[in-house]
Design a protein around this ligand. Structure first.
Ligand code: ZN
Length: 126
């Protein structure tokens, strides 16, 4: 069985054939799909897909390119979405492999990402 661990089937590129494509994945040996949100609007879309298809799960998060849309209100909203029964991960959170990683190093960015997500989204201490 194959677990597709990083998909974006909520993307508009799949608007015309998503409901044909997703059922076919099972026929092709894909057991489960983790569909990853990339911005605030896609969190809801990912959860909707996870609710519609039993083998699809969702990750709720914001890609680093879209963190400008974050504020205290949608942080709280995002935290609530993480409690949905089909949300099993936080993502995208992204690793900054562009400019920040060049001077921080990917390991530092990973630690910062973990700290950021655990403190702000999950409400836990790192
Ligand atoms: Zn992605």
């Amino acid at each position: 069985m194959i677990f597709e661990s990083h998909a974006h089937y909520d993307d508009e590129a799949f608007d015309t054939d998503r409901d044909e494509l997703l059922p076919r994945l099972r026929q092709q040996g894909i057991g489960y799909v983790m569909n990853i949100s990339s911005d605030i609007s896609s969190v809801s879309a990912c959860i909707a897909l996870a609710e519609k298809y039993p083998f699809v799960y969702a990750a709720a998060g914001i890609h680093p390119d879209d963190t400008g849309e974050l504020n205290e209100d949608n942080f709280e909203w995002l935290k609530k979405q993480c409690g949905h029964k089909k949300v099993l991960a936080v993502g995208e959170i992204g690793l900054f492999f562009a400019e920040p990683a060049a001077w921080l190093g990917a390991d530092v960015v990973l630690v910062l990402s973990y700290f950021f997500v655990s403190r702000r989204v999950l409400g836990r201490d790192a």
